[in-house]
Ligand binder design. Structure first.
Ligand SMILES: Nc1ncnc2c1ncn2[C@@H]1O[C@H](COP(=O)(O)OP(=O)(O)O)[C@@H](O)[C@H]1O
Ligand SMILES: [Mg+2]
Length: 320
């Protein structure tokens, strides 16, 4: 049985009164049946030192895009199961939108896709995630390389405020130690063009990142994410803090980059999901239950003739 002190952080997070009955025995192992893949517990691995497998995408310079597949992914924070056997194919060169009410595990799922979930103390997961056919948890891909190939843009733009715009763009590149045949100046321009920001900042590349508007900062973060040449870009509500004009600019950027990169975007904006995505997955968590995918498929079908009435109710704005 877990001691109360072990449960403290979790209880603080959920606001669950401590007087509530103790939950069922926590990991290890959480309640599994035999069909669930062995859990991968949160840990820092030493795989960073492993040799990289040959990059299967290098032969296709026009598109680095690789599909990402989740099979039976479950997730826990301590003893709290928040995702239940989520399976989803996120096809290359497409935009997949994840929709669903708050708290149903969309952000957790995104963080599992690029191995950030394991950075949370006490977090655990089960299931398989494959990038271009390589298991990112059990294969040879070092965790830093996984995170380079699968980039992330967050809800709140997080550029380095005192670094210049140009330095911001190449900061991830420098940190990762990636070698490039191109000069930093070329990369800065190319990534800012791709992120739809070049024309607005070309004459002030030495200005601090913090001097930009919110929408520009978000596009700067996209440029920074693109500089390390990801195969997949995960975007967690990237426009929720932005005005309509900035939102439109980001949507244009998504439409452009998805020709080369697989994009997975969480959005609470149903119009946005329909505008930007070709595939869509609807997540839902029942009361005191982990989040599941109710249904997934082509965005058009999910919004016009979903199989499940709960999907219809959600996309019509009847709840959530
Ligand atoms: N760091 C954390 N520690 C404990 N519980 C968490 C943590 N992050 C999220 N959760 C819980 O996991 C569940 C799913 O959260 P989240 O993935 O953020 O959902 P969504 O993005 O759909 O709003 C929620 O019940 C939330 O309270
Ligand atoms: Mg979220």
């Amino acid at each position: 049985m877990t001691s109360p002190s072990e449960l403290d952080p979790f209880e603080t997070h959920t606001g669950r009164p401590r007087s509530m009955p103790a939950p069922p025995p926590p990991s290890p192992p959480p309640a599994f049946d035999n069909t669930e893949a062995a859990p991968v517990y949160a840990r820092f691995t030493d795989t960073d030192t492993m040799t990289l497998p040959p990059d299967p995408f290098i032969a296709r310079p026009a598109s680095r895009s690789a599909g990402i597949t989740a099979q039976n992914v479950s997730a826990w924070f301590g003893d709290h199961k928040v995702l239940e056997r989520v399976s989803l194919d996120m096809a290359p060169n497409r935009v997949t939108a994840l929709i669903g009410p708050s708290g149903c595990g969309k952000s957790t799922f995104l963080r599992i896709l690029n191995r950030m979930h394991e950075l949370v103390h006490g977090a655990a997961l089960a299931g398989v995630v494959e990038l271009g056919g390589t298991d990112i948890y059990r294969g040879n891909l070092p965790v830093t390389e996984t995170r380079r190939r699968i980039g992330m843009v967050f809800q709140k733009p997080n550029p380095f405020p005192t670094m210049t715009i140009a330095e911001n763009v190449v900061s991830g590149l420098k940190l990762s130690g990636m070698k490039s045949t191109r000069s930093y100046a070329e990369i800065v321009e190319d990534c800012l063009v791709q992120a739809g920001l070049w024309n607005e900042v070309r004459n002030r590349l030495a200005a601090p990142g913090g001097s930009l508007s919110g929408g520009q900062q978000q596009r700067l973060c996209i440029a920074r994410a693109l500089a390390v040449e990801p195969h997949v870009l995960l975007m967690d509500e990237p426009c929720s803090a932005l005005d309509p004009t900035s939102t439109r600019r980001i949507e244009e950027t998504i439409a452009e980059i998805c020709e080369r990169i697989t994009v997975v975007i969480v959005t609470h904006n149903m119009q946005q999901a329909q505008r930007v995505s070709q595939s869509c997955a609807f997540f839902l968590a029942g009361e005191n239950e982990p989040g599941r995918i109710v249904e997934s498929g082509p965005t058009e079908r999910l919004f016009s003739e979903p199989e499940d009435t709960r999907t219809l109710d959600y996309v019509r704005g009847r709840f959530g």
